[in-house]
Every structure is written in C-alpha cells, then in structure tokens.
Design a protein around this ligand. Structure first.
Ligand code: NDP
Ligand code: 2IT
Length: 451
C-alpha cells in the first residue's frame, strides 16, 4: 500500500510530506498507514486554515526517538537482552504522555504508529498533554514474577533520564498494568532520590494511582459507544455485544456493557474465541484469566458457551468492540458484521480495524468509532491522575467517573462537529477525529513558533 503512487495526496505540500515519510522509513507500514489516514482527513482543514500547512511536515516527524538495550538476568542466571523504545512524538500541548507496551511484536514501526495516534488522541481529550509511546520486545507472560520485576527495573534504569512529571509521563498498555508501573516507578524513584509520583500514571492506588484508572479505557469506550448509538436512536439496553480480547480494556468494557443492560455474546484472547448467546459471566472470565487460563478454559466451565477457531466478529451482534490488538478486524470480519446487521463498531484497542475493513463498514452503513477518540478514556484519566498527584489530592471513583463521562461526551461532540464541518453531513467520525485532533495540535505548534 505504502508505495502506491495513486494513493498519494493531491495537495502538493501533503504529497511532499508523504514522500518524506516513505523515504525516511520505507519499512514502517503501520506508521505509514496511520499517517496516510490523517493526511486524507486534514485537506479541508488546511483550506480553512492555510496557516497550519507548514506544521504538517513537523507533525509527522517525532521530536525524539529513544532506542535502548535492556540487559537483565533470568532465574537460571542467564544474561538476557531485549530492546526498549520511547518515541516522544509531540510536546506542543504538554508533557509527552502515553503508554508502555511489553509484547514480542513491539518494534519501532509499532511504537511510532502508536505514538502518532497518541498525539491526536490526547488532543481530543481536551487535556494539556503531548503524545508518546514506548515499550519493549518482551513477552511478559513467559517471565516469572521475579524476572519481570528485574526486567522492569532494567527498563526503568535506561528510561529514567528521559522522563519526569513535566517531561514525559508513561503509563501502561498491553502487557503493562499497575504492578509493572509500580516496579518501574520504584526503580525511577530510587535513581532520582525523591518522590515524583506524577512521573508515571496507572500506578497502584497506594502509590498515588487514580481511582478508576484501570477501568477508564473500557468504561470510556462504552460511554463513547452509547453516544454513537444515541445518534441512531438506539441504546445498549438489550443489545448483543461482541468484545474481543479479555485483558484490561476488554474486561472493563464488558462490565460496563452489562451494567448498561447489554449482553456480551462473545469474546476472545490470543489463544481463541468463544460464543455465549446468553451472556458471558464477566466475573468468572476475569477469575479464569487472572489464573493464567484462556477463554477456552472459561468456556469449559459454562454449558452455554462454545469455542470457535477464528475471529469473534463472525457471530451475530448489534455492537462490536475490538479491544485486543491492531489489525484484528479485517475485511472478512467487516463483511460478516455488515451481513449480520451490526450497527456500531468502536475501537477499544489501537488500530484493530484495518483500513480495508473500515471502508467495508462505511459502505455497509455501520457507524465506526476510531480508537483515537473511542479509547481516549484511559489517557484522559491518566491526565486526571497527574492533576491529583500535582495537587496531592485523591478523588473518589464517583468523581473520576463523572469527569470521564463528560470527557468522553465532549470528545464525541468535538469529533462529530469536526466531521460535519470539514467533511459534510453524515461524515464518518474518523475524519472528524483526525481533523479535530489536528486543529488543536496545529494551533499549539503554530503558537510556539518553529521549534
Ligand atoms: P492487555 O495486555 O491487558 O490485554 C490484551 C488482550 O488482547 C489479552 O486478552 C490478549 O490475550 C489479547 N490479545 C493479544 N494479542 C491478540 C491476538 N493477536 N489476537 C487476539 N487477542 C489478542 O492489554 P490492554 O487491554 O491494556 O490493551 C488492549 C488494547 O487496548 C491495545 O491495543 C492497547 O494499545 C489499547 N489501549 C489500552 C489502553 C489502556 O489503558 N490499557 C488505553 C487505550 C488503548 P491473552 O489474554 O491471551 O494474552
Ligand atoms: O493507548 C493508550 O491511550 C494508553 N495505553 C494509555 C496511555 C496513558 O498514558 O494512560
């Protein structure tokens, strides 16, 4: 896709930016695909705001890319080495902010793609945070708890001189939860020699982690989905929902679907998918996953559940929430969703729906909520955690939930309004998210001058 000349932007400036992106890193397909989507959306914004044309080239080049070695010793005494990353993409709106991913598939392409997404996502939250992403090419599930702690400490030792409450504030992502953030923060604090809880978010509550940060992404996706359904005069009450994944985002999204009167009829993990028309028992699933089990292990305990080899999205549903990983919902799944009468697809994960699948959904009349808006609840509550840490405050779960709900609703309005303004009535939310995110970042970059 990336090298197809017919895919080039028509506008001369955007075309030059696109060619530079391809030339600099010819193999970064995830990053290319994301940049291309944004360039496609912002043309009409640049017609209204020609003063923002000059920021586009700078916006597509990360401010700083940090790649480092992570040496550590395993339980057998063997020295192991992994590669760590932090891409500090854009700091125009505030300190760099974004998660850390531990997964074998992590490489510079994935981290740049996630960092670029984060710039727009963070802008859409309305909070003053720049965009970044990081991680390491490690499989945390293959490590003992002691090994993982030592790994996190080695990772933090390298990262320490690049982060800080006013510089760059990492959080969790796939394979990194509050336990790992606690270990990373512990090593960071030891190195700097004083307390700086605002340097990391998603910490355990006892270290200053915000109430509802673990739940925030999953709850936020459902709040966003409710606004999408309301646009169609529908709601979640009685809706059949497929949620892929069964990690942090997926499980809390399932909780909120059930609390909203919906039924989770299917889910998945890295080892397979299940279907359960009468509704997944989310607490039991959480328990099984917490013990290292799979969705298939869960299904064995439930008479109404069955396992399937392929994707969870080929079964009948009204709403689909891909909450596992990138590129998990392709053309075949999109066709099945259209055929089965699905009304809304909202991305809990980053980039789970392929560009081809998005087109099929659009043509099939299925509303699509892009991740940079729909899953922004996690980073939004991270920003609330930074605020609490800075003020030495602790807000109640109810207080945070009310703020989250308002932030998601405002993000929806921002995206909807930009879609209509720049791409016409009925325009899809992806164009709106790119346009609205760009407007905020471009204004900040222009105000700062050429830096
Ligand atoms: P977790 O590591 O907690 O969970 C990931 C889930 O996805 C697991 O159930 C995992 O399976 C499953 N999975 C991984 N790879 C595949 C695959 N190839 N096919 C099917 N299932 C797979 O991560 P999170 O829930 O935190 O993150 C999920 C997504 O949400 C990611 O895209 C992340 O970037 C995004 N996100 C996360 C945020 C957060 O706050 N955590 C915020 C915004 C977005 P298994 O259980 O077998 O390991
Ligand atoms: O993709 C994401 O938005 C996250 N992993 C959360 C980032 C954060 O800083 O809370």
């Amino acid at each position: 896709m990336a090298r197809d000349r017919t895919d080039e932007p028509e506008d001369a400036v955007l075309r030059e930016v696109w060619r530079d992106v391809l030339r600099r890193d010819p193999h970064q397909q995830f990053f290319h695909s994301d940049v291309r989507g944004v360039l496609r959306s912002i043309g009409p914004v640049l017609v209204e705001h020609p003063e923002y044309v000059e920021v586009v080239g700078r916006l597509c080049e990360p401010e700083r890319v940090i790649v480092f070695r992570i040496p550590w010793t395993d339980d057998a005494g063997r020295v192991r080495v992994h590669r760590g990353f932090r891409v500090q993409f854009n700091s125009a709106l505030g300190p760099y902010k974004g998660g850390l991913r531990f997964a074998p598939s992590v490489d510079l392409d994935i981290i740049k793609f996630l960092g670029f997404e984060q710039v727009f996502k963070n802008a859409l939250t309305g909070q003053d945070i720049g965009g970044a992403k990081g991680g390491a090419d490690v499989d945390p599930k293959a490590l003992s708890s002691g090994e993982l702690m030592r790994f996190c400490q080695s990772f933090a030792t390298e990262l320490a001189c690049h982060v800080g409450a006013a510089v760059d504030v990492p959080a969790g992502d796939m394979g990194v939860g509050s336990r790992e953030i606690g270990w990373i923060y512990g090593q960071y604090q030891r190195l700097i020699g004083y307390h700086e809880p605002g340097a990391f978010t998603g910490k355990p509550a006892v270290l200053g982690g915000s109430a509802l940060r673990p739940e925030a992404t999953g709850y936020g996706v459902v709040y966003f989905t409710r606004r999408m359904l309301a646009e169609q005069d529908r709601d979640l009450d009685g809706a059949r929902v497929v949620v892929s994944g069964s990690g942090n985002v997926a499980l809390f999204a399932m909780d909120k679907v059930v609390a909203s009167g919906g039924t989770v009829v299917g889910c998945s993990d890295s080892r397979g998918s299940i279907s359960e028309p009468d509704g997944v028992d989310v607490e039991l699933l959480r328990e099984v996953k917490g013990q290292g089990g799979s969705v298939a292990d869960y299904a064995e305990k439930r008479s109404g559940a069955s396992t399937a080899d392929g994707s969870p999205f080929t079964q009948e549903c009204d709403v689909a929430l891909p909450c596992a990983t990138q590129n998990e919902l392709g053309a075949d799944e999109a066709r099945a969703l259209v055929q089965n009468g699905c009304r809304v697809v909202a991305e809990g994960a980053n980039g789970p729906v392929t560009p081809e699948a998005r087109e099929i959904l659009r043509d099939g009349g299925v509303a699509f909520g892009p991740g940079k808006a729909a899953n922004s609840g996690g980073v939004a509550v991270s920003a609330l955690e930074m605020q609490q840490n800075a003020g030495r405050e602790r807000w109640s779960a109810q207080d945070v939930d009310e703020r989250l709900s308002v932030i998601m609703s405002d993000a929806y309005d921002r995206v909807r309004d930009a879609a209509e303004r720049y791409h016409g009535d009925g325009a899809d939310l992806e164009n709106g998210a790119n346009a609205a995110g760009f407007l905020r970042v471009a204004e900040a970059m222009t105000s700062l001058g050429v830096v």
